[in-house]
Design a protein around this ligand. Structure first.
Ligand code: GDP
Ligand code: MG
Length: 162
């Protein structure tokens, strides 16, 4: 069995962008619309020579009704299947209630979590990251999935935490 990485977070933080970069594919729909990936999407990635399964998810929005509820269930199922979780947040919007909701859901799971603060391009990265220290994760990284910044550090961190 290959190790499994789950990408979770509220909609629109850049999960599918990171999925496409890690799997070197365009399989995941990327758009400036929350909630585009309704189901879990699986892809293969080779990170520093180590093969992985990467799972993209629709996101956990917090106001769990109808389709959002289904997406949240899918996301938590992906966490359940994962060996490691990359929890993504958005440096541009800053922390939201939905991020806090995701953090709360993840605390119930005993999985290693890497917190990736995405979209640090064009913002003060250190300040954007510092806002999330209160979540209490020992592993927190700045990322710009769209531009590739921080992706190799993320890969190293994933491999270190397996
Ligand atoms: P998802 O809903 O979490 O899967 O998010 P997407 O991957 O679909 O991305 C949502 C939006 O954020 C899209 O418009 C992306 O182009 C944009 N985005 C993703 N990564 C970055 C990044 O590193 N920097 C910036 N500025 N925008 C990004
Ligand atoms: Mg997506």
């Amino acid at each position: 069995m290959l190790p499994v990485i789950a990408l979770v977070g509220r909609p629109n933080v850049g999960k599918s962008t990171l999925f496409n970069r890690l799997t070197k594919s365009r399989d995941a729909l990327v758009a400036n619309l929350p909630g585009l990936t309704r189901d879990r999407q699986y892809g293969q990635a080779k990170l520093n020579g180590q093969p992985f399964i990467v799972v993209d998810t629709g996101g956990i929005a917090g106001d769990e009704e109808g389709i959002d509820d289904l997406m949240a269930k899918q996301s938590l199922q992906a966490v359940d299947e994962a060996d490691i979780v990359v929890f993504m947040v958005d440096a541009r919007t800053g922390m939201t209630a939905a991020d806090e909701y995701v953090a709360e859901q993840l605390r119930r799971q005993q999985k290693p979590v890497i917190l990736a603060v995405n979209k640090v391009d064009g913002v003060h990265a250190e300040a954007a990251i510092a806002e999330y220290y209160s979540f209490g994760y020992s592993t927190i990284l700045g990322l710009a999935a769209e531009h590739g910044r921080g992706v190799s550090a993320l890969i190293d961190t994933i491999l270190d935490n397996l």
